[in-house]
Design a protein around this ligand. Structure first.
Ligand code: 6GU
Length: 270
């Protein structure tokens, strides 16, 4: 997979040299290229921003450096065979608190693409016309990590590249570890324990110690449901009830949910 990132702080992206993603790059699984937006400025101060038309606080990123950077990347992009939907343009992901929320499902989908480009904005954002211009060469998608504001897209891009990159075949050594994890089945992960069996007077749950694998699997499933009900009730309400067995329904009942007209709803009075 080819990934390009354009930023005025390329040093931020040095974290991509480390750990799993760094190894995947050295192994040739991920071709990550970081570009300094200021390389596409031609004035003495290498200016990338200007005051907003219409007034208001802060500065807006100028269109010209972005147009040149994005054209250069699209121009050198390998020709990609048309996908099922017939759109062969590379994807331009624009980190922004005003974007569509980035989820595990989106990470899965993006991990199958050949070419992703991230445009890291700073200040109050990029001149809107850049997105229209970019749409001639890219499929443009604004994406947000969640409902809070960062100073720029760089930290968000680090998170997204890690979430996407680890799903690219070969990047995670043991693909088994991708199967049972938080969010992949719409539930949070169960709690985990390691040695010693007693630590600071606290015992590892007995069920994990006596090798009854059927019982361990049922217990972990119940822990997942209980934890998700407590921390993320929104995820419980969108589960498909047909995926729940009698044990699951019983666990959810005790956690304050019931099934009504084929949907999971809060028990009255909870
Ligand atoms: Cl993707 N970018 C910025 N600048 N702020 C954010 C965000 C992204 N996601 C949440 N807040």
């Amino acid at each position: 997979m080819r990934i390009d990132v354009v930023s005025i702080f390329p040093e931020y992206l040095q974290a991509l040299d480390i750990s799993l993603i760094g190894k995947a790059r050295r192994d040739g699984l991920l071709d990550v290229r970081i570009h300094d937006l200021r390389e596409h400025t031609y004035d003495r101060h290498r200016t990338v921003d200007d005051t907003p038309y219409g007034g208001g606080a802060g500065m807006v990123m100028k269109p010209e450096p972005w147009a040149e950077a994005l054209s250069a990347i699209a121009g050198v992009a390998p020709e990609i065979p048309a996908a099922d939907d017939g759109d062969s343009r590379p994807l331009l992901l624009v980190p922004s608190p005003a974007g569509e929320v980035f989820t595990q499902a989106m990470a899965q989908e993006l991990s199958t693409r050949d070419h992703l480009v991230f445009a890291c904005g700073r200040y109050e954002g990029i001149d809107e016309r850049v997105y229209e211009y970019a749409a001639e060469h890219y499929e443009v998608r604004p994406v947000s990590l969640g409902d809070y504001v960062l100073n720029g897209g760089e930290v968000a891009v680090l998170a997204m590249i890690e979430a996407i990159g680890r799903l690219v075949p070969g990047v995670v050594g043991n693909p088994e570890s991708l199967i049972e994890e938080s969010h992949s089945e719409g539930l949070l992960e169960y709690p985990v324990y390691t040695k010693p069996a007693v630590w600071e007077g606290r015992e590892v749950p007995e069920v994990l110690l006596n090798g009854n694998h059927g019982k361990i699997a049922r217990t972990r499933r119940a822990w997942q449901l209980e934890r998700t009900a407590a921390r993320r009730p929104d995820l419980i309400r969108v589960l498909d009830p047909s995926t729940l067995n009698r044990h699951d329904r019983d666990t959810l009942w005790h956690a304050g949910f019931m099934i009504e007209d084929g949907r999971i709803v809060d028990k009255p009075g909870e």
